[in-house]
Design a protein around this ligand. Sequence first.
Ligand SMILES: Nc1nc2c(c(=O)[nH]1)N[C@H]1C(S)=C(S)[C@@H](COP(=O)(O)OP(=O)(O)OC[C@H]3O[C@@H](n4cnc5c(=O)[nH]c(N)nc54)[C@H](O)[C@@H]3O)O[C@H]1N2
Ligand SMILES: Nc1nc2c(c(=O)[nH]1)N[C@H]1C(S)=C(S)[C@@H](COP(=O)(O)OP(=O)(O)OC[C@H]3O[C@@H](n4cnc5c(=O)[nH]c(N)nc54)[C@H](O)[C@@H]3O)O[C@H]1N2
Ligand code: SF4
Ligand SMILES: [Mo]
Length: 728
Amino acid sequence: MTTAAESNTHIHRRSCHLCEAMCGVKIAVRDGKILSVRGDDDDPFSRGHVCPKVVGLKDVHEDPERLREPMRRTANGWEKISWDAAFELAVTRLDAIRKQHGNDAIALYFGNPTVHSYTAFLGGIRFARSLRTRNRYSATSVDQLPHHYAAQAMYGHQFLLPIPDLDRTEFFLLIGCNPVVSNGSLMTVPDVTRRLKDLRARGGRLVVVDPRRTETADIADRHLFVRPGTDPWLLLAMLHVIFAEGRERCGRLESFVEGLEAVRAACRDITPDIAARATGIEAEEIRRLARDFATAPSAVCHGRMGASTQEFGALTQWLIQVLNIVTGNLDRSGGAMFTKPAFDLVSLGGGPSARGTSARKTRVSGLAEFGGEFPVAALAEEIDTPGDGKIRALVTSAGNPVLSTPNGSRLDRALPELDFLLSIDFYLNETSRHAHLILPPTFALERDHYDVIFHALAIRNTAKYCTPLFERTETARHDYEIFAALTEGLEARDERVKKSVFAKLRDHWLTPHRTLALALRFGPYGARWNPFADGLTLKRLRDRPEGVDLGPLEPCLPARLRTPNRRIQLAPTPLLDDLQRLERRREAIVADRATTLLLIGRRDPRTNNSWLHNSARLVKGPRRCTLRMHPDDALRLSIADGSTVEVKSRTGAIRLPLEITDELAPGVVSMPHGWGHDRPGTQTSIASAHAGASINDLTDERLVDALSGNAALNGVPVTVQCIDERAA
Ligand SMILES: Nc1nc2c(c(=O)[nH]1)N[C@H]1C(S)=C(S)[C@@H](COP(=O)(O)OP(=O)(O)OC[C@H]3O[C@@H](n4cnc5c(=O)[nH]c(N)nc54)[C@H](O)[C@@H]3O)O[C@H]1N2
Ligand SMILES: Nc1nc2c(c(=O)[nH]1)N[C@H]1C(S)=C(S)[C@@H](COP(=O)(O)OP(=O)(O)OC[C@H]3O[C@@H](n4cnc5c(=O)[nH]c(N)nc54)[C@H](O)[C@@H]3O)O[C@H]1N2
Ligand code: SF4
Ligand SMILES: [Mo]
């Protein structure tokens, strides 16, 4: 028997958009109030799995401190203003600055949640294009730029990222990723822990290479401690062994792979003994790993954050691809495979995102452009270095670069120099506190949702469309509505933009929603023109709110390659050339091992970068923002567990409690990112009460992967000193 209250309860199905795993959730709602958020057992992909962060959906939605109306900075503090007044102000200020200083005087920064909302993503593309500035930045260059760099060079498109076929592989080598906590990245895989255990249960092996014995290493067959930033030597030496023992076999890839001999030559001199000195992994372990990988019935190597946010990020990502290819594990079941997404950005193509590097360089440090963006490590200096071409205005959207980019405190100091800072964000946080104007968009539950990006990175082909749970209120605006208003306002004031009536109608008509409907209808599973055909349409997806399974990944090469000659470029020149930089650094890196403490990052199951810390349920409990250190180092430095330590780098100093643990390799210390909420002027009281310290006050904007421009957030040299009495 159901009670009256129960019958009033409505169950809404959607995907959690907080991380990359796309878990299906069931949200119970009564009278407009969320009662519970649970995993959806009927979601064919996530099968009921959710992680602790899922409560963030309710907590952010209901957070009284989440901004719901535009706010303008005045001499007397923040003032709420209407949307019309806010758009007028933004357009007037931006237009005046570009007329006075040129288009490039306005910079853009897109943060991570942009890719978790298709409407923000598609709306943002149009807005960015209309600004015609070369000063475009995003969280890509503190994250996965090396993946895109390698994909562009080898497969001809930066979004052609091979995904581990985790459910079928017999050998999984993970380098610099901790999916048990992160829930997977560039590998959308809900319920990853169970899938990793299933892998072992069917006789497969899991090997983790990480400077920290992570939660993933804890469930692996083998864990190898690696010295931060030295992964290329491990990979080169594995390739060395494979070639030296004649174990290479590209299989059916052979007819469309170019550059095998160049790769063979490149690793000829990197023996396991040489790699052992650099990486700290014993030569015999490297030999064994190479043989195990090459002889497994199927194998796949996947590298993530730790492998890309380092001095040789692009080299590492390239060598991971090479390892998969020369062992015949690309584009085959159980190896690394390409997805066939229902909304296929790769075949839609076009635009700067389809291009790789250009001749453009940043003004101050000369970092190269990639995919139409500059590395965000250069943002602060482009603002605070005087001269022609200086950035005068910045638009940040869905980002918190003061906490998320290297030497965030320099950016923190630079932002007040701007003539105009516009933040599109629903929190008054460490970055938006410097804004002149904040435009808060709706939160996810008031929007429809389709994972354009993460379906394309998933270990199975699936599709799922979610309707909004709540209608947006009259006084709220979606991200894409904000972008549209800004774009149209700026175009109207730009004499150079001469739009025909047709173009205006088209831009007005082609909303993100209609773009999605068209992309699905004319995508690889689409119904196309035929109304009686069975294929996919948005309407049909809407009728299946639990999502549809489109099957396992399938071989698709060489057809899917986008290189001009439709062949895989195994040895692209810039990557081969970068091996010389690696060789030049070798002796210094070996020498450092004995003397220098290196700082790396760490993720916590109850955080998501910097922005879930205003949820009391997620921040409560033991302090998470701690520095972890090996007992030998603590003994050498005479620091006791629980002491407050000061950690210093070239860029700054922070204080936080010490935890002593042998999960770290000696010589390596770790702390999480996204903390440091003690900066004044924010409006997130729970986060401020659990402030922690920001690792990015220590990371160094000068430490970048010179090839891709990605920030080297991991492997930062630091010193640590005890600052309270509890000496060991
Ligand atoms: N709970 C939680 N989940 C998240 C996030 C979060 O903040 N919290 N963030 C989301 C985002 S935006 C992303 S991009 C993904 C990231 O997903 P992952 O890449 O899986 O996440 P990390 O935990 O950063 O894993 C990086 C690992 O690299 C190791 N490492 C550091 N330096 C090196 C090195 O030089 N070599 C090697 N081999 N390893 C190294 C670190 O010890 C760490 O274990 O996680 C997503 N999921
Ligand atoms: N040292 C170190 N630094 C790191 C990392 C690391 O591992 N170590 N990880 C890096 C990685 S992988 C990433 S992805 C970056 C993340 O870097 P950022 O994207 O710059 O930072 P986030 O903390 O994710 O901030 C997201 C912001 O978006 C807002 N937001 C959330 N949803 C929406 C929305 O729908 N619309 C709008 N307009 N705003 C929204 C939130 O309020 C928050 O302010 O950090 C990077 N920084
Ligand atoms: S793993 Fe957690 S945060 Fe990520 S999608 Fe699933 S429930 Fe959401
Ligand atoms: Mo990320």
